[in-house]
Design a protein around this ligand. Structure first.
Ligand code: FAD
Ligand code: EPU
Length: 341
């Protein structure tokens, strides 16, 4: 079951060369328990849980054990007149789960169509797009506690969700191997479609849809995303490399006085406003530029890419130069969204 010196390039969407000292794929919880008890597991210090590798940058070989999640299975449970609980194995592909729910006319995650990666990683950064976040439909998850070997459960509140954030990125980082996730999805008539993001209405018009269904929204999102974001199968990337920074409203206003065209958004954080990091990076002249073999995407400055032979360190160097420029020009700190290993 254990594999040694495994090349990780094809297990991440950046496609960057890096090896793992030890590597194992987990298909169910019994297997995880026996791995957890094994001497190999207990004699190696560094451990890393890997899903689809779409939010990961390896900057060097990984001197530890990579646990790759392959737990599958989708079931519809606890059906009422209005909603259904969908239980999904953490190793399921996220977009395929969305499509399955959309085909069954269940609403809540259609705006999250075409986000790469696995179900199990979706709560880790509370994935979000086009006016919706995972936490809006999330009910609970099951996980294996790598410290105690016990199965544990987290409800929505216990996950401490925030913008691209949860307990699993903070005090519980690396401790829990998420094995399944439960969502509550709504039946038509009980689900309010979210079209708050301007481009959705515009795309539906282009598609000549006047009374959109859950499936129409999903199709519109797929179309918008395909036109903006690079397909990792064609060009290595991990989506937005940085989070959109949240700054104090008074500071944001000072920036807006100088840069009235700067796109800003409201946030759940009272007294703060979010700024579009892509705009800040573009203003610093980075859009479409390269540093070594790493590049900034030509259509979306928030996406750093590996056009071919970039090393993880080159991508990290580019990210640091961008952070420096944005801080010097605007006084704003960009925090990375991608997990740098
Ligand atoms: P990985 O990259 O494998 O892991 C990410 C983190 O989660 C790591 O810390 C890992 O240790 C941890 N983890 C993974 N699985 C588990 C598990 N089972 N238990 C515990 N911890 C786990 N994200 C958005 O939020 N919105 C977007 O719109 C979006 N668009 C993207 C577009 C592109 C083209 C790409 C490449 C990425 C995009 N992303 C987006 C980022 C990424 O798809 C998400 O973060 C996704 O949830 C990562 O899933 P993954 O399985 O690939 O996780
Ligand atoms: N913009 C620029 N130049 C650029 C890129 C963007 O000026 O090069 C401007 C756009 O014109 C727009 C604003 O910035 O006014 C926002 O751009 P966009 O709508 O493309 O969204 P984003 O803020 O760059 C966020 C998420 C994406 C998510 C989309 C849609 C973050 C860090 N990123 O991107 O998530 O898909 O909104 O909701 O919050 C991801 O997390 O990996 C990701 C792709």
């Amino acid at each position: 079951m254990y594999q040694h010196d495994i090349q990780l390039a094809s297990y991440t969407t950046f496609g960057i060369i890096a090896k793992a000292k030890l590597f194992v794929e987990i298909y169910n919880l019994d297997e995880l328990l026996s791995i957890w008890k094994s001497s190999e597991y207990n004699s190696i210090y560094n451990k890393l849980i890997l899903g689809g590798g779409s939010n990961m940058l390896f900057t060097k070989d990984y001197d530890g054990l990579v646990l790759r999640n392959r737990i599958v299975g989708i079931s519809f449970e606890d059906e009422s007149d209005q909603s259904v609980i969908v239980k999904a194995g953490a190793g399921e592909n996220w977009h395929e789960l969305v499509l399955k729910c959309v085909e069954n006319n269940l609403g809540g995650i259609e705006n999250l169509s075409l986000i790469p990666g696995t179900v199990g990683a979706s709560p880790v950064q509370n994935i979000g797009a086009y006016g919706v976040e995972l936490k809006d439909s999330f009910v609970s998850l099951e996980a294996f506690d790598l410290e105690t070997g016990q199965i544990v459960h987290f409800n929505n509140e216990e996950c401490e969700f925030g913008y691209r954030d949860s307990i699993f990125k903070n005090k519980a980082r690396g401790r829990y191997f998420i094995s399944s996730v439960n969502f509550r999805l709504k039946k038509p008539g009980f689900h309010k479609l979210n079209m708050s993001y301007g481009a959705i209405g515009h795309t539906l018009q282009e598609m000549e849809v006047s009374l959109p269904t859950i499936k129409d929204i999903s199709n519109a999102i797929v179309s918008i995303r395909s036109s903006k974001l690079p397909d990792p199968k064609v060009i290595g990337n991990a989506g937005s490399f940085f989070k959109n920074p949240e700054v104090e409203e008074s500071f944001c206003q000072l920036l807006l006085n100088e840069y009235p065209l700067m796109p800003t958004y409201s946030t759940h954080n009272e007294g703060f406003r979010k700024i579009a990091a892509g705009w800040l990076i573009e203003q610093c002249g980075w859009k479409g530029k390269s540093l070594g073999n790493a590049a900034v995407h030509k259509n979306q400055a928030l996406v750093l890419t590996n056009p071919g032979n970039a090393s993880g360190q080159e991508v990290k160097n580019l990210a640091e130069e961008i952070q420096k420029s944005v801080f010097e020009k605007f006084g704003v700190n960009l925090e990375t969204e991608v997990n740098i290993i």
